[in-house]
Design a protein around this ligand. Structure first.
Ligand SMILES: NC(=O)c1ccc[n+]([C@@H]2O[C@H](COP(=O)([O-])OP(=O)(O)OC[C@H]3O[C@@H](n4cnc5c(N)ncnc54)[C@H](OP(=O)(O)O)[C@@H]3O)[C@@H](O)[C@H]2O)c1
Length: 376
């Protein structure tokens, strides 16, 4: 007979009632109710640091402990876990399965996420715990005999699934007005970030021309390896940033403009995004890393027939489709050169916030499997 609660070691985000000033994770024992019929108990192996985890820590744009009316929240909605025990009604996974976390916490009647697991969905927990539970629909099995490492799948779990779902809508919007234009004449550009990188790698696999803004030598090298044309933003001065960036993009698009622009950064770059678009171009986003408000000159957007796409993560079937495509088409983040250990997690957050981490997919170990079981 299962006990009524489970206690585990975790890095938790405390409420402001407990820590009024500090935005820091604390390491403590976290207790949660045992699984119900549709839930699964898992052992997280690896996680990937995501923008929403930093947003949670910075309590911006929302204080999730306050929103959820909880004293502490375990964040972390990207990672790889092993199933330990399943509820009596669970059919999609079995004990021993290795899965990616799929962070759709509360979904609408079409399956699209309203709230995110391990973030704003009340009562849910993330992977920053040695043991955790989730709903069976928050797990997607990693293909048996996969060619990729568990760390790569951890990086895949949120950014790649978000990219898949956003791309589907953005590309259909582009095609709705540009049906006869083949992918080879479709130019896709993105600002920096792991989601944009994933989405451009996907657009490339669909045959589109792809380019990405970037500032770091390691990231420039990664873009080169992936066949994504890099625009090095360090070549642009702050004083004339907009002008030089627009000229650079115009030159690279033969002055036609960008067909689909992925902008998950927001406020400070949004004007450049819109000005860079071709006629009938699509501005597409699922994020607002540098600011969520944008000014839009509606008349200009109408006259140019620009479409604006906003999506939020993905539905279950989209994640299944993304995983299948990834395994078949080698659409994967790179295997990480560094993996942060359990004790280093707060330091990793600090470095990420300070822009000191070069990887688009910073991976941390929670319960790493013994070396003999890890594929290099
Ligand atoms: N709703 C969803 O489904 C969903 C899913 C995933 C992520 N998101 C959100 O999407 C946003 C982006 O996330 P991400 O994980 O893709 O990003 P990320 O990996 O955190 O990277 C952000 C990138 O921004 C670039 N950057 C930083 N400052 C800049 C500046 N001043 N001008 C131009 N570029 C700058 C950097 O690239 P360079 O320095 O190389 O240019 C950096 O790599 C976040 O807000 C995240 O929370 C939303």
């Amino acid at each position: 007979m299962a006990s009524e609660t489970i206690s585990t070691e975790a890095w938790v985000l405390p409420s402001t009632a407990r820590r009024p000033q500090q935005a820091e994770l604390i390491r403590e024992t976290y207790t949660f109710p045992d699984i119900n019929a549709t839930e699964v108990l898992v052992r997280p192996l690896y996680g990937c640091l995501e923008g929403n985890m930093l947003h949670a820590l910075q309590r911006d744009p929302i204080d999730i402990c306050h929103e959820r009316q909880e004293d502490a929240v375990v964040v972390g909605n990207a990672g790889v876990v092993v199933v330990q025990r399943v509820g009596s009604a669970v059919t999609s996974v079995r004990e021993g399965d290795t899965c990616i976390v799929f962070g759709n916490g509360i979904w609408d009647e079409q399956g699209y996420p309203i709230k995110i697991m391990g973030y704003d969905a009340p009562g849910t927990m993330g992977v920053l715990a040695k043991s955790m539970k989730l709903h069976e629909r928050q797990l997607i099995g990693i293909p048996a005999g996969t060619s990729y490492s568990l760390q790569q799948w951890a990086g895949f779990s949120l950014r790649y699934v978000s990219a898949w779902a956003n791309w589907r809508v953005a590309y259909e919007c582009w095609q709705s007005q540009m049906r006869g234009v083949p992918p080879a004449e479709t130019i896709v550009c993105g600002w920096g970030g792991g989601v944009s990188f994933a989405q451009l790698a996907l657009a490339k696999r669909h045959g589109c021309q792809v380019m990405m803004v970037c500032s770091h030598p390691e990231r420039l090298e990664l873009l080169r390896q992936e066949g994504i044309d890099a625009i090095d933003r360090t070549n642009c001065n702050d004083d004339d940033f907009e002008e030089t960036m627009l000229a650079e993009i115009a030159a690279r698009t033969d002055h036609k403009g960008v067909s689909i622009f992925i902008d998950n950064l927001g406020t400070p770059v949004h004007r450049i995004t819109l000005k860079s678009l071709a006629r009938q171009g699509v501005m597409t986003t699922c994020g607002w890393k540098l600011g969520m408000r944008s000014h839009v000159a509606r008349a200009i957007e109408c006259l140019n027939r620009h479409l604006h796409v906003h999506t939020h993560f993905a539905r279950y079937q989209e994640a299944l489709d993304a995983v299948r495509f990834a395994e078949e088409q080698a659409w994967m983040p790179p295997h990480p050169e560094r993996v942060w250990n359990w004790a280093e997690i707060p330091a990793m957050f600090r470095d990420y916030a300070a822009g000191k981490i070069s990887s688009y997919f910073p991976i941390f170990a929670i319960n790493p499997p013994p070396p003999s079981e890890v594929r290099e």
